[in-house]
Structures are given as structure tokens and as C-alpha cells.
Design a binder for this molecule. Structure first.
Ligand SMILES: Cc1cc2nc3c(=O)[nH]c(=O)nc-3n(C[C@H](O)[C@H](O)[C@H](O)COP(=O)(O)OP(=O)(O)OC[C@H]3O[C@@H](n4cnc5c(N)ncnc54)[C@H](O)[C@@H]3O)c2cc1C
Length: 296
């Protein structure tokens, strides 16, 4: 397990090399995000809006599921005392909204109960603060199939809403949301005129793997398309059912872990970089290993 291997200056420097490979950098712009407002959207969801530096068009930032990587001004506890380790912490968020003309981008951040780099930053971020941002990185969208089932926890609802409002709705569509009621109300509002074409269903609250638990009780036809994002072990179980029990077509299964309970994203990133390096050493692409198959 990666978290049992101690971090050292050499190991960190070695992994940083992977980040600089052309394949990893492809399509990424290094810009800055200057915060213009911080506002509660729901009890546990904060919208941070900011402007993106430069004069390049932000057209690509307005796609259906675009993620960006913020370099937050907090050192990850894993790297304390290690020479050469980054003194910022990278965290990935979905572009929840973009105004191309004013170059304003909004991200919706879940306020979770752990003490973490993003939560420390969220506690003190103010209008005028500037953070480096890398993006836009297009993320997974549903594959073809009918019906379309999207499953998302609070961290992935911004992505689900962008998908549902940016892509055509060509099949009966269900959104299963593992989120508090106030966030589900927000989603219904954010869907706008798409609301009439999407069945929004709340995942069973208070259970260990809410998305997988609700999904297990759903009838899923052979031609379905399933998109799921959220807690890694929860969505991994969704993927297992799609592959092993339902035997859906690979293209119709689009599942990605956004965070993992009890493990910081810094450790997840280190595991990803190690998988990328092994893959490159084996002569395959940087992203050849399916993220959910990486041992974390
Ligand atoms: C493509 C992509 C898009 C994403 N989009 C968004 C988004 O739009 N909004 C958003 O809020 N998140 C989003 N995330 C998830 C976000 O990057 C992680 O939640 C990240 O770990 C938060 O960093 P942190 O510093 O708060 O916590 P970390 O330092 O990574 O983790 C510290 C502890 O907090 C726990 N933790 C982390 N995130 C959560 C959570 N969401 N709920 C409960 N506990 C948690 C961890 O399990 C760990 O125990 C996205 C992730 C990906 C990969």
C-alpha cells in the first residue's frame, strides 16, 4: 500500500518528474484563479468564484465535465520536513459554472468534517486571494446507452449537473444523489429547463455506501449507460455490479473515484503518479491504468 512507504525527498522528486511529462501536461494551461467571492450555497457546500488570468479563450472551460487543479497555499502534512516537496497542495474540482466574457469560473466545494488542506484554505479564503490553477481537463461523461443512470455524491453533483445541462438528453435519465436535501433542492434548480427530463432520486441516507446501496436496488436493463462519481469504494462497487452482475458494455460504464474515505488526496495522487511511472516504464501511456484499478 502506498501509504506504508515513507515519503522521502528522492521519491517525491522522482514522482514530480511524471507531472512534467508532455502526456500529463497535454491541453493544460497554467493560469491563476483570483477569488472574487465566497458564498454558502447549502449548509455543506461553498461556492468559490474567481477570475482566470490571461487572454486566451475559456471556451474549453465551458464543456460538460471539466476539472481543474488548484494549487492551494497549504503544505500537505505528508510532505512536512521533506526538502523539494511542494509547499502547496493540489486539489481537483469541477468547473461548476463559467462566464466566458468576464472570465469568471465558479467551483462548488463540499465542506466536509476532516481537517485537510482544502478545508483549511476554505476556512480562510478571501476575495482577492490568488491561487495557481491548471486546466481545463475534460473528465468522463456518460457513454451511449438507454436509460442513462448517473450516480453522484455531493462532490460529484457539480459534474453531474454540468453533464445534464450541457449534453443533449437523448434517453430516459435518472440522477441518484447521495447528498443532503438542501443540495438536492439546489440541483433541481440548477437543472433549469432540463429538470422535466431528469428523474432526481435521493440515495438512501445514513448507509455506508449510499450510491452502491441504492444502485443495488435498481433494475438496470442490458443497454443502460451508467456514470458514477464520488467516494472511491462506493463507486467501485457500482462498477463491480455493472461489470460482473449486469455485464454492461464497457463503453456504457463510466465510473470515477473522486475521493477516498480516510485517505488524503495527496496519498491518492502519489499512488496515481507511481502507477503512471510504472506504466511509462513498461512502455505504455501515462494514463494506461484505469484509475479504479490503482491500489490505494
Ligand atoms: C475529477 C474530480 C472532480 C472533483 N470535483 C469536486 C467538486 O466539484 N467539489 C468537491 O467538493 N470535490 C470535488 N472533488 C473531490 C475533491 O478533490 C476531494 O474531496 C479532495 O480530497 C478534497 O481535498 P481535502 O484537502 O479537503 O481532503 P484530503 O486531504 O484529500 O482528505 C482528508 C480527509 O478528508 C476526507 N474527505 C475528502 N473529501 C471528502 C468529501 N468530499 N467528503 C467527505 N470526506 C472527504 C478524506 O477521506 C480524508 O479522510 C473532485 C475530485 C475529482 C478527481
Amino acid at each position: 500500500m502506498p501509504d506504508e512507504v515513507p515519503f522521502t525527498a528522492d521519491r517525491v522528486a522522482d514522482l514530480m518528474e511524471v507531472l512534467r511529462t508532455p502526456e500529463h501536461q497535454a491541453g493544460l494551461e497554467e493560469t491563476t484563479f483570483t477569488v472574487v467571492s465566497v458564498a454558502d450555497r447549502a449548509a455543506g457546500l461553498i461556492r468559490v468564484s474567481g477570475t482566470i488570468s490571461g487572454t486566451h479563450s475559456l471556451q474549453d472551460w465551458a464543456g460538460p465535465n471539466i476539472a481543474v487543479r488548484l494549487s492551494l497555499p497549504e503544505r500537505s502534512s505528508e510532505f512536512a520536513g521533506i526538502d523539494g516537496a511542494p509547499d502547496t497542495t493540489a486539489r481537483v474540482y469541477t468547473v461548476a459554472d463559467v462566464d466566458i466574457e468576464s472570465r469568471t469560473v465558479a467551483i462548488d466545494i463540499v465542506r466536509h468534517g476532516e481537517s485537510s488542506p482544502a478545508m483549511k484554505w476554505l476556512g480562510r479564503v478571501r476575495s482577492g486571494d490568488v491561487v495557481p490553477v491548471a486546466g481545463p481537463r475534460p473528465h468522463r461523461v456518460p457513454g451511449s446507452g438507454s436509460p442513462r443512470i448517473l450516480l453522484a455524491d455531493s462532490s460529484a453533483l457539480p459534474a453531474a449537473v454540468r453533464i445534464l445541462t450541457r449534453l443533449p438528453i437523448e434517453a430516459p435519465t435518472v440522477l441518484v444523489a447521495a447528498a443532503p436535501l438542501d443540495e438536492i433542492d439546489l440541483v433541481e434548480g440548477d437543472l433549469g429547463d432540463r429538470r422535466d427530463f431528469v428523474t432526481v432520486q435521493r440515495a438512501e441516507p445514513g448507509v455506508d455506501r449510499p450510491l452502491a446501496t441504492t444502485f443495488a436496488g435498481m433494475e438496470v436493463p442490458a443497454g443502460a449507460s451508467v456514470w458514477a462519481a464520488g467516494e472511491r469504494e462506493d463507486v467501485r462497487e457500482v462498477r463491480r455490479r455493472c461489470r460482473d452482475d449486469l455485464v454492461l458494455a464497457a463503453e456504457g460504464i463510466q465510473v470515477f473515484g473522486y475521493w477516498k474515505r480516510g485517505i488524503s488526496n495527496t496519498r491518492i495522487d502519489v499512488a496515481r503518479l507511481e502507477a503512471a511511472r510504472s506504466s511509462m516504464e513498461a512502455g505504455r501511456g501515462v494514463f494506461a491504468t484505469d484509475d479504479l484499478d490503482i491500489e490505494i
